[in-house]
Design a protein around this ligand. Structure first.
Ligand code: SF4
Length: 332
C-alpha cells in the first residue's frame, strides 16, 4: 500500500537554529519512515516579507539545504525541492485566489500579528495577504494527506481544508482534505529570553561550532532573582531552563531545578551542563555539515532532482484541476 503523503516547508531566511531543530527537523526526519515526504524550501514565501531586498535568498536556500541534509533529511527517501522551481504552485495559487474570499485571509491570526511584529517592513501588500493561500496551494498541489505543524501553524491548515472543500464543491472532488499532524513543540527561547530568531540576533545556529555555542550560552539571561550565587531562583522563569527542557536529560533537568531552587548550583554550572547536552545533540550535525557545505554543486543537484520529482506530481495535479474547472483548450 502506498504511504500517505505529507508536505512541509521552510522559508530560506538564513542558517537554521535550535528552534528549527525542535520545531520541525526532529519531527521531519522520523516521518521519512512512514510517509512519502515532500519538503520544500519556500522561497516565494520569503519574498512576501523580504521583497524589498531578495539578494540573500539564493545563499539562504543553500544554507537551509545543508542544514536539512546534515540533520538527516535523506534525498533517497524524501523529495527535497525549491518551491519556485515548481511553477505549478503559482498557477494553482492564482486559480485558488479566484474562489477564496478576502475575508478568509484577513482573519488568519498571523496576518495581523506579523504586520505588527515586523513593523519595519511594509506588509500591506497583496502577496503578504495571500501567503496563507500560497501555502494552501503548496499543500494541495501534491494532494497531501497530512501536514506536520506546530500549534501556531494549525489555523493555516484549517484554511487549506476550507479551500479544499470550496474547490471540491464548485468543481468536483479533486483534492483530499489534509489532516493536521500536530507536533509538540517545546519552547526554545533565544539567548535574550525572547523567541529564538535570526532577526533578533539571539539564535544558536545548527552550524555554530562548539566554541560559538559556548560563547552564546554562557552570557544568557537567567532568573533575575539570582543576583548572587547564594540567591535561590525559580527555573520556571529562566530561559536556560527552557533549553534544558528541550535538550537535556530528565536527570539533568531535575538536578538543575533542584540546584536552582536551593542555590546549590550556580548559573554557570547550570549553563555548563546545558552546553554539554546541546553539543552532544549537535554532534552528528557538526560531523556531517562541513563536508556537505564544501560541495555546493552536489547540494544544488539534489534540489534540482527533487524539483524534477515534485514537478511530475504537480503537473499531473494541474491537469486534474484544469479538467475539473473546464479550462482545457485545444491550444495547449
Ligand atoms: S541555576 Fe539554571 S535554571 Fe536557575 S536561574 Fe541559573 S541558569 Fe536559570
Amino acid at each position: 500500500m502506498a504511504k500517505p503523503r505529507i508536505l512541509s516547508g521552510m522559508r530560506p531566511t538564513g542558517p537554521l537554529h535550535l528552534g528549527h531543530l525542535t520545531g520541525a527537523l526532529d519531527n521531519w526526519v522520523p516521518l521519512q519512515d512512514s510517509y512519502e515526504c515532500f519538503y520544500s524550501i519556500v522561497d516565494w514565501h520569503a519574498l512576501t516579507t523580504d521583497y524589498a531586498d531578495p539578494s540573500a535568498i539564493r545563499a539562504n536556500i543553500l544554507e537551509v539545504a545543508c542544514d536539512w541534509l546534515a540533520a538527516g533529511l535523506d534525498p533517497k527517501r524524501s523529495t527535497l525541492f525549491v518551491q519556485s522551481d515548481v511553477k505549478q504552485h503559482a498557477e494553482l495559487h492564482l486559480l485558488l485566489s479566484m474562489v477564496v474570499p478576502v475575508a478568509w485571509l484577513e482573519r488568519v491570526p498571523s496576518y495581523k500579528e506579523q504586520q505588527q511584529q515586523i513593523a519595519e517592513k511594509d506588509l500591506s501588500t497583496y502577496g503578504f495577504l495571500g501567503y496563507p493561500l500560497l501555502q494552501s496551494a503548496d499543500i494541495m498541489i501534491y494532494k497531501a494527506d497530512a501536514v506536520p505543524v506546530g500549534e501556531d501553524q494549525a489555523p493555516h491548515i484549517e484554511l487549506t481544508r476550507e479551500v479544499v472543500r470550496r474547490f471540491n464543491h464548485l468543481y468536483g472532488p479533486v483534492f483530499p482534505e489534509p489532516r493536521t499532524l500536530l507536533t509538540e513543540v517545546p519552547r526554545v527561547p533565544g539567548t535574550d529570553g525572547r523567541k529564538m530568531s535570526k532577526s533578533y540576533n539571539n539564535a544558536v545556529f545548527l552550524k555554530d561550532p562548539p566554541e560559538a555555542v559556548r560563547q552564546k550560552i554562557r552570557p544568557m539571561l537567567t532568573d533575575p532573582a539570582r543576583k548572587r550565587r547564594t540567591d535561590p531562583g525559580d527555573p520556571e522563569v529562566c530561559p536556560v531552563f527552557d533549553l534544558h527542557k528541550a535538550f537535556s536529560s530528565k536527570r539533568t533537568q531535575d538536578w538543575a531545578a533542584e540546584g536552582c531552587r536551593t542555590a546549590g548550583i550556580g548559573c554557570l554550572d547550570c549553563k555548563g551542563a546545558l552546553i554539554d547536552h546541546l553539543l552532544h545533540r549537535l554532534e552528528t550535525i557538526h560531523a556531517r555539515r562541513p563536508e556537505i557545505a564544501a560541495r555546493p554543486d552536489t547540494v544544488w543537484d539534489i534540489l534540482a532532482a527533487g524539483s524534477r520529482q515534485a514537478r511530475e506530481v504537480a503537473r499531473s495535479t494541474m491537469e486534474d484541476v484544469r479538467a475539473a474547472m473546464k479550462i482545457t483548450y485545444p491550444i495547449r
